[in-house]
Design a protein around this ligand. Sequence first.
Ligand code: NAP
Length: 475
Amino acid sequence: MALKKKLYINGEWIEAKSYTELKSPYSEEIIAEIPQATEEEVNQAIDAADRARETMRKMPAHQRAGILEKLVRLLESRVDEAARIIALEAAKPITTAREEVLRTIQTYKFAAEEAKRIHGETLPLDAAPGGENRIAYTVREPLGIIGAITPFNFPMNLVAHKLGPAIAAGNTIVLKPASQTPLSAFFIAELLEEAGLPKGALNVVTGSGRVVGEKLVTDDRIKVITFTGSPEVGIGIRNKAGLKRVTLELGSNAALIVDDGVDLNKVIPRSIKGAFSNQGQVCISLQRIYVHENLYDAFVEQFVAETKKLKTGDPLDPQTDVSALISKGDVERTLSWIEEAKQHGAIVATGGRAEGNVLIPTVLLNADKALKVSCQEVFAPIVLINKVKSVEEAIELVNDSRYGLQAGIYTNDVNTALNAAEKLHVGGVMINDIPTFRVDHMPYGGVKESGVGREGIKYAVEEMTEMKLVVFNRN
Ligand code: NAP
């Protein structure tokens, strides 16, 4: 009998009216039964978040920080269990799942610290004639209820990037995790309950994006939608959200430029990690590599040799580097994209096939920029390596994209690096690193179809609070 989960509403675990089976993406075994919330159940969750608003708004900063600190301690004591949950529901290889749990701990630590430094500023109003003899200052107030919608690929840490700043800023939350990865979200809700978060401050409702997501996006009591997921869904949300604040963390086809003369012993291991970690299902996964012609052959030879060493298989096996894609449909989609690339002249240097739901790590050479594997987000262990004559040419190719999340450049020349930093049209430029680099307090977000707004606790707190001005007239 599979584990039967419950909705988390107003601090209570509630049996839902309807359920669906959750299967492991790797073994396809049933691992749990998951509530499919109705619109009415989502409404109850929003009611609960609404009632808890005053409690959270009035809670002193040290207490908000204290709850987050307790959550950190609880999570630190249950790292292995948390990693196993991620590996089971997302097929994330267990060692990578463990890294995600450690990052989640970091994220909540940053949130606990940030809770204590949310402040405004004083303003010299006498800079304007008529502004004399007034004391002016700003404060940042919580916005109220945050609707958080999260994807499957970092089921614990991307939830943390929403719950952490929301709690730090004194908001309440209704969370809708991805249908494939609800267990990580329920696990964190249990820990937050134990950490002393007041009833109703966090509510977790699972179910289809269409029902649960739509209700969150269209209910007037919700003041902010913080969404991480695909551009298609994100753009739809933005169009329906009315006057709500909307933060969208969307996809990309992230690229790396490799300049002449760099040390491949440094570049190759990082690039392998960037391309294949979590089987390429990372929003800043390394999808396109543009290598200077003088280094191209050596780069390809070493990169392909290292790719072939990756071990594929069961996500629960600590030796596994690459496991199953999130769904059979994604395996079929990516195989058809590889087929399209082959038919249009791309060379499959390694991979290009699947074993069960595991797509074997794939390297494509000479892929045209109009192919799906190049211009769309592959979200799979597929990487393209193309030859360029100069960094300038590579910058143009990187920028020739609907997306702009992060980009990387390896170069020994400081002027080339600074020139690339200026010209690359992305949210973050990594010099001498892969575009996949992220630590959890840095400002993170994209341009173009990669989204709007920034995460990285301090920046998310800004998105989840409103500035209020106070002017005291002493005349
Ligand atoms: P997705 O299909 O867009 O789903 C994301 C979330 O939206 C899920 O909870 C989904 O629910 C929900 N949803 C679906 N339809 C909805 C609707 N009509 N209204 C409201 N919510 C709806 O994305 P995914 O496949 O889980 O994740 C992969 C995508 O996320 C990739 O594009 C990746 O690049 C992006 N991503 C971006 C970042 C970043 O920080 N920029 C980080 C990680 C991932 P269901 O699961 O029930 O459909």
